[in-house]
Structures are given as structure tokens and as C-alpha cells.
Ligand binder design. Structure first.
Ligand code: SF4
Ligand code: SF4
Length: 57
């Protein structure tokens, strides 16, 4: 996951949306664990489009 920190409002919406509990908000910095399965739910949910999926390598 890639976070555009200049857009993120730290609302926490994506944290609650993740079915894998892979998103954490630590001191206003979003962190993603390797449990992310690229479902895209958080990307769609973010009200300011601050999240995107990194291209698969
Ligand atoms: S893409 Fe899906 S699994 Fe990955 S962090 Fe977002 S909501 Fe969670
Ligand atoms: S839903 Fe968007 S604005 Fe809210 S904490 Fe997540 S990335 Fe930031």
C-alpha cells in the first residue's frame, strides 16, 4: 500500500475497514502489515483518495 501523507486526514476509516486488520495508525502515520491481501477495500473507502495499491512486482 502507498499512502499519500499530504492527503491523509488520519480519520481512521481505513483502519476499521480492513478485513485483515492490516492497517495501523501510529502517531498519525499509517502502517500496513504483510497481512494485506490487496482486496482494495481501504482504497475505495478513503474519503480523500489517499491510498493506492502498489503495482505487483
Ligand atoms: S487492500 Fe484490503 S487487506 Fe490490504 S490494507 Fe486495504 S483493506 Fe486491508
Ligand atoms: S481513510 Fe484515508 S484519510 Fe482516513 S486514515 Fe485512511 S488513508 Fe487517511
Amino acid at each position: 500500500m502507498i499512502v499519500d501523507q499530504s492527503k491523509c486526514l488520519h480519520c481512521g476509516g481505513c483502519v476499521g475497514s480492513c478485513p485483515q486488520n492490516a492497517i495501523f495508525l501510529n502517531d498519525c502515520v499509517l502502517e500496513f502489515s504483510n497481512k494485506c491481501n490487496r482486496c482494495g477495500r481501504c482504497v475505495k473507502l478513503c474519503p480523500v483518495a489517499a491510498l493506492r495499491l502498489e503495482a505487483k512486482s
